[in-house]
Write a protein of this length. Structure first.
Length: 267
């Protein structure tokens, strides 16, 4: 493991994906990275005990680093599975930047990574966004003003605090290591990346929060797709319906179809 700034490769990004039984989505995510990324990078994919065709596909790619976790090792799901997988990848990171990305995220803008790195200058330790809710601004504001349940939660102090999510978040490797931070803490009930944000904020590190609309200029995010596509997980009926509709729409997109049909991006 690299521990010092001098041992890190400057100006290069380690992109980490976590896969669990989502062959089509993981393939699409990786091919989109391959197609639209020209900034120096490497990709680490951690497979969380899939033991299916998605793992077979990953084994055919010689341009990624694959970390396999045996099925019997996967004793928990959710934030534990995602966070501990990212910690495994981060432990091997040799580059100045570490980017956590969900496998249900699709890049769609040329040069996106260079633009993203520019959002994290030398005085900034992390860049990314929160929940990528892409409803019109007026609709989001109207809901906030009229949602009685959310108002009650706020009054009781039960509202969920903001944090930069690991959907697509860029970190400075040196600082995360210096502060001994992890993407999952077994003693806390935080979701993946939440504790890192809280501790960096408490230590007064500068972080760049990017709006959902800015994030959407270079990525699509199919929220909850891994859970919806795997029947062993349970999601609310409304969430499942919304996600399936998003999946249907995104796979009709000319950009996505072009990536799907371009097998050369696997090489």
């Amino acid at each position: 493991m690299c521990n010092s700034k001098d041992s890190l490769v400057p100006g290069k990004v380690t992109i980490c994906l976590v896969n669990y039984k989502t062959e089509e989505l993981t393939r699409l995510c990786l091919r989109s990275i391959r197609k639209y990324t020209h900034y120096p990078y490497e990709v680490i994919v951690v497979d969380n005990g899939s033991a299916d065709a998605s793992l077979d596909y990953l084994k055919t790619l010689d341009w990624i680093t694959l970390i396999e976790r045996p099925t019997e090792e996967m004793t928990r799901t959710g934030s534990w599975a995602q966070g501990t997988a990212m910690d495994l990848a981060f432990a091997t990171c040799k580059n100045e930047f570490f980017l956590g990305m969900h496998s249900d995220t699709i890049v769609h803008k040329d040069g996106w990574l260079k633009d993203f790195v520019e959002q994290c200058p030398s005085d900034t330790v992390c860049a990314g966004g929160g929940k990528l809710d892409l409803k019109p601004r007026w609709e989001i504001l109207l809901k906030k003003c009229t949602d009685v349940k959310e108002w009650i939660r706020r009054r009781k102090g039960l509202d969920k605090p903001f944090y930069i999510r690991a959907i697509c978040a860029l970190y400075r490797t040196e600082i995360i290591r210096k502060e001994n931070l992890t993407f999952f803490d077994p003693e806390k009930s935080f979701t993946c990346g939440q504790e890192i944000y809280i501790k960096l904020q408490a230590a007064n590190y500068k972080m760049n929060v990017i709006s959902p609309w800015e994030m959407a200029k270079f990525i699509y995010h199919l929220a909850h797709a891994t859970m919806v596509l795997n029947p062993e997980f349970s999601v609310r009926k409304r969430t499942g319906k919304k996600c399936r509709q998003q999946l249907e729409n995104i796979f009709k997109s000319p950009i996505v179809k072009a990536i799907q049909n371009n097998c050369s991006l696997d090489k």
